[in-house]
Design a protein around this ligand. Structure first.
Ligand code: R5P
Length: 302
């Protein structure tokens, strides 16, 4: 029997984990405040989220597409379910009247000028997340990295603080250059993050065996987008991830570096919340992009 079939049996892919009394995997025994914050991020109608990740500046500075968040990202806010950003951008650029849930980046340290990115510390007090009315916080965990133990300890301290305040923690699988990005690695990393208390996990998609990563992780997984891909490929990846058990996406570059970010986020949302197939989602993207270009041309002609 091929290995993939044996893995399918061991992970019991045909028997989803039960979630009695609440719609999110592994969240049914959390306290009210924690559940309420989770329900702000994950749409109760679909059980999924389109989180827009724009936290990259915490180590990359004004990276491509995020040079002017007020101009490029604020107009996209109505189309996402939640924003993943730093507290600096939240306080300085995101309008306080915005009702979208905010998930805040809570780790930092080395910049892209350093080789070893795992040398992170907790970079925000839970008190400040509460003060900012955050719906959650996110932190990198470098399984197998040089500073693995510290990054795990950073997360567990944040989880303890989050449990005191009722704020969910999203643990993020940060992959070092030496790591192989395969299902075996991500099963290990996601499971460790969930076992040590994170309420949900953000991880990357892999073509082979992604469903075993979601099946063996007892909390919701959201898919990180990764480097910019052609739109059809990015939509296909998002579709595959949610069909294989992801509870949505936390995508950045594949949205804000698209030639038409508004069209792309709406196409991603159709994939995530309505199970729109990739080719149809790409058609939606192209038609929304064409509408936007016509609108811009009309304005320019006036
Ligand atoms: C994660 O650690 C990063 O800071 C981003 O939040 C994450 O990589 C998601 O963004 P992207 O879709 O651009 O990879």
């Amino acid at each position: 029997m091929p290995e993939a079939d044996r893995e399918g049996e061991r992970y019991a892919l045909d028997q989803p984990q039960q979630t009695p009394g609440f719609y999110l995997k592994g969240s049914h025994q959390l306290d009210w405040g924690m559940k309420n914050r989770m329900a702000r991020v994950f749409d109760p109608r679909s059980g999924r989220t389109v989180m827009l990740a724009i936290d990259h500046g915490y180590f990359q500075g004004p990276t491509t597409g995020l040079e002017r968040i007020d101009l490029s990202i604020v107009p996209l806010l109505p189309s996402c379910d939640a924003l993943f950003c730093t507290r600096g951008i939240l306080r300085t650029v995101i309008p306080a009247q915005c009702q979208k849930p905010m998930v805040l980046r809570a780790s930092g340290g080395p910049s892209i000028l350093r080789d070893e990115l795992s040398d992170e510390e907790i970079a925000m007090d839970m008190d400040d997340a509460v003060r900012l009315n955050a719906a959650g916080v996110g932190i990198q965990v470098f399984i197998g990295g040089e500073h693995e133990t510290r990054s795990v300890h950073n997360m567990t301290r944040l989880v303890d603080a989050g449990l005191r305040a009722g704020v969910p923690v999203m643990g993020i699988t940060a992959v070092g250059k030496a790591m192989v990005r395969d299902a075996k690695y991500f099963r290990l990393a996601c499971r460790i993050i969930a076992e040590l208390g994170a309420q949900y996990v953000k991880t990357y998609y892999v073509d082979d065996g992604f469903e075993t990563i979601t099946a063996s992780c007892p909390v919701p997984i959201v898919m990180a987008g990764g480097k910019k891909l052609p739109e059809l490929e990015a939509l296909t990846m998002a579709y595959s991830a949610v069909q294989q058990g992801a509870c949505g996406v936390d995508m950045g570059r594949n949205i804000f570096q698209s030639g038409a970010p508004q069209a792309m986020i709406e196409a991603v949302a159709a994939v995530v919340h309505k199970n729109l197939k990739p080719k149809q989602a790409f058609e939606l993207f192209r038609s929304l992009k064409a509408d936007a270009e016509r609108g811009a041309a009309n304005v320019a002609a006036e």
